[in-house]
Write a protein that binds this ligand. Structure first.
Ligand SMILES: Nc1ncnc2c1ncn2[C@@H]1O[C@H](COP(=O)(O)OP(=O)(O)OP(=O)(O)O)[C@@H](O)[C@H]1O
Length: 247
């Protein structure tokens, strides 16, 4: 049987802290399909960021493998993977200069040399977050926390990722800014609802409900799915995916 190839397949991934001899993420198998919006909730320190950072290739995994569009990630595929799978952190890092300088910055990188900064597109994205065109001219150092996160999200969205890994992007923001971030992510998803997928880590159950249809919890490094129907389906799929992706 041929399975729909998922965007992302984490096959038994593990993260350890070698120094302290602790397992931060227990062996985790997780399938993310195009069109899925996933939320992960769970107590502080349970490993939600560890999991997302492993998926984003920000930290090395100690066991298992990650498949992207059905193919194991080899070194040569990593730049494309990073382009397709974007990680949004709680506290954005912006460079000195204007918002526009920040939005132009990725296009100086080798991975995006085929792409060009599109000011009209950036302005449209700013509008989706309720910001006027003057937003692009603002100094990054003078932005509020919410505005800085909006700028960081626009910087990612203009590069057209397929998957967003959102690591509590609104945790320290006021409600209006949180809604602006949600609106931006929703608009991005709606541009290609059958091709995009997101994982949103949140402490806010209402936000998790708004921004996802599929809910998982993390507890002490163990990721659990909420619905048993889904779990059974995924277990069958995982067996097929492993067979199809050998070696
Ligand atoms: N690079 C690392 N090296 C060692 N330990 C780490 C590393 N990253 C995270 N940890 C530890 O792993 C555990 C899980 O951290 P993580 O940041 O994933 O929690 P979280 O569920 O995202 O929590 P929060 O909701 O507070 O953000 C914590 O005990 C943390 O100290």
């Amino acid at each position: 049987m041929t399975t729909d190839v998922p965007l992302l397949f984490a096959d038994g991934i593990v993260r350890r802290d070698a120094q302290r001899g602790q397992t931060l993420l227990q062996q985790t198998t997780f399938v993310l399909r195009a069109g899925e919006r996933v939320a992960i909730t769970g107590p502080s320190g349970s490993g939600k960021s560890v999991f997302l950072r492993a998926l984003a290739l920000l930290d090395p995994i100690d066991a298992g493998r990650i498949l992207w569009h059905g193919a194991p990630l080899v070194r040569a595929a990593i730049p494309r993977y990073r382009r397709g799978v974007a990680y949004i952190r709680q506290r954005p890092a912006l460079i000195d200069g204007s918002v526009e300088d920040n939005l132009r910055y990725p296009f100086d990188l080798r991975a995006y040399r085929d792409a060009r900064f599109d000011r009209a597109r950036a302005a449209r994205l700013a509008m989706q977050a309720g910001r006027g065109e003057d937003f692009l001219g603002k100094r990054a150092s003078e932005l509020s926390g919410g505005e800085a996160q909006i700028a960081a999200l626009i910087r990612v969205l203009q590069l057209a990722p397929e998957v967003l890994l959102l690591d509590e992007p609104t945790a320290s923001l006021d409600p209006a800014s949180s809604r602006a971030i949600e609106a931006l992510v929703q608009a991005w998803f709606d541009t290609a609802p059958r091709a995009h997928a997101s994982i949103w880590v949140s402490h806010d159950p209402e936000q998790a409900a708004r921004m996802s249809e599929r809910h998982l919890t993390m507890r002490a490094g163990v990721l659990a799915e909420h619905t048993t129907v889904r779990r059974d389906a995924d277990q069958r799929d995982v067996a097929d995916l492993r067979r199809e992706s050998r070696p």
